[in-house]
Ligand binder design. Structure first.
Ligand SMILES: *Cc1c(COP(=O)(O)O)cnc(C)c1O
Ligand code: SF4
Length: 373
């Protein structure tokens, strides 16, 4: 998620060289449709607003919570510009198509549009709210829970969610090439308690098919691994990534695949996205969804119920509803736990048991996600 894959971001030459490996995949000739769409994704707040017929950020205090222009300084001395250099706007065309033009409160737009509230310093909010850095057992490998290890495969995502808890993760410390991964894979080989490997990031499906195939091949060969779980938002924000070739990679693996996608609002689950989920499920790959409870976006029972209904109608199972992780710059997205519990109670009265997600929060040091009941 960190840096722009872009094309021509002269302001961040270091980031570009850091991400060269992925860029070379993206800019190679004959690239697949999804890579072209990713390369052409929207990378400026002004363009995003313009495409939706909205006034640019900073000119409309209602839309963005802003009072002045984008050089405004927050209480911690940063300007929004400096935050955007760290964590730029990134929105693929497919996701944009699902937003309602001229609606500054559109629930998809609010997930990706920067706000001056990102400058707010809030007590209890930190850089690494979930203790990721303490859980690293080998470069790019985290283990917090028994039997499951998580691999930070790549720093990029296909969308930048403004509430993201890993917006500050030091991705450059993760290995890149397969050779660089080798020492960490060796640690995984030695840790025979691990049955499930979770590919995360960033977003692991930003990797091209060839690199994924090689990685899956290495993991297949580790005999104590039984399952491969993919934590990805690409089927939601860039559904063209879900090609038959991609599904084949997982169908052909010895490991049981599980996709955990990330949709927050029912409006996301239409058109090409709905179709991509159905294709994944029909390919025999279980699809679970995790959502984050976000103020003003999906914090009503009606919205959550509709999200769950659409998921199960597509064959995907609501897995977790996350209480927001307290990462600096995201406090304006937080809702109260009392509201979250009320929503879950009401969902239980309306939906089949399997359609109600677990409402959880991540507490560093706990042996699993903590259920909020
Ligand atoms: C959330 C998380 C997992 C997965 O937890 P589940 O409850 O199995 O979904 C695994 N590893 C890390 C580091 C995590 O943060
Ligand atoms: S929430 Fe997921 S998809 Fe969004 S920026 Fe963070 S890691 Fe990427």
């Amino acid at each position: 998620m960190i840096k722009n894959l872009a094309s021509g971001d002269k302001t961040a030459p270091k980031a570009i060289s850091r991400d060269r490996e992925t860029i070379s995949v993206i800019t190679s000739k004959n690239k697949p449709q999804w890579q072209r769409e990713l390369a052409n994704a929207i990378r400026s707040a002004d363009l995003l607003c313009e495409r939706l017929g909205l006034k640019a950020i900073g000119h409309d205090s209602k839309a963005t919570g802003a009072e002045s222009n984008s050089t405004q300084k927050g209480t911690n001395g940063h300007s929004l510009q400096s935050i955007l250099r760290q964590f730029p706007v990134l929105v693929p065309e497919s996701f944009l198509r699902r937003m309602t033009p001229r609606d500054p409160r559109d629930p998809l737009l609010l997930q990706v549009l920067p706000s001056f509230h990102e400058l707010d310093k809030t007590v209890g909010y930190s850089f690494d709210p979930v203790g990721d850095r303490q859980s690293v057992f080998a470069p790019g490998m985290l283990q917090k829970y028994r039997g499951r290890a998580l691999m930070i495969t790549v720093g990029q995502c296909a969308v930048h969610c403004r509430y993201c808890f890993r917006r500050n993760y030091p991705y450059h410390q993760s290995p890149r090439s397969l050779e660089q991964w080798e020492p960490s894979l060796e640690k995984l080989r030695q840790n025979r308690q691990i049955e499930e490997i979770i590919l995360s990031g960033g977003d692991p499906l930003v990797l091209g098919d060839q690199r994924l195939a090689k990685l899956i091949g290495r993991l297949d060969a580790i005999d104590h691994l039984k399952r491969i779980r993919i934590h990805t938002r690409l089927p939601i924000v860039l559904p063209s990534r879900v090609t038959e070739g991609l599904l084949d990679l997982f169908r052909n693996s010895r490991l049981q695949p599980i996709f955990v996608v990330h949709a927050n609002h029912p409006n996301e689950l239409v058109d090409d996205c709905a179709e991509a989920i159905v294709r994944t499920v029909r390919a025999g790959i279980p699809v679970l969804n995790q959502a984050v409870l976000l103020k003003g976006i999906n914090d009503t029972t009606e919205t959550q119920a509709e999200l769950c209904r659409r998921l199960i109608n597509l064959g995907a199972i609501p897995y977790y509803l996350h209480q927001l992780d307290r990462v600096e710059g995201a406090a304006h997205f937080e809702t109260g736990v009392t509201l979250g519990k009320k929503i879950i109670d009401e969902l239980k009265q309306q939906l089949p048991g399997y359609a109600v997600p677990k409402y959880v929060r991540e507490i560093p040091g706990e042996p699993g996600k903590t259920e909020l009941t």
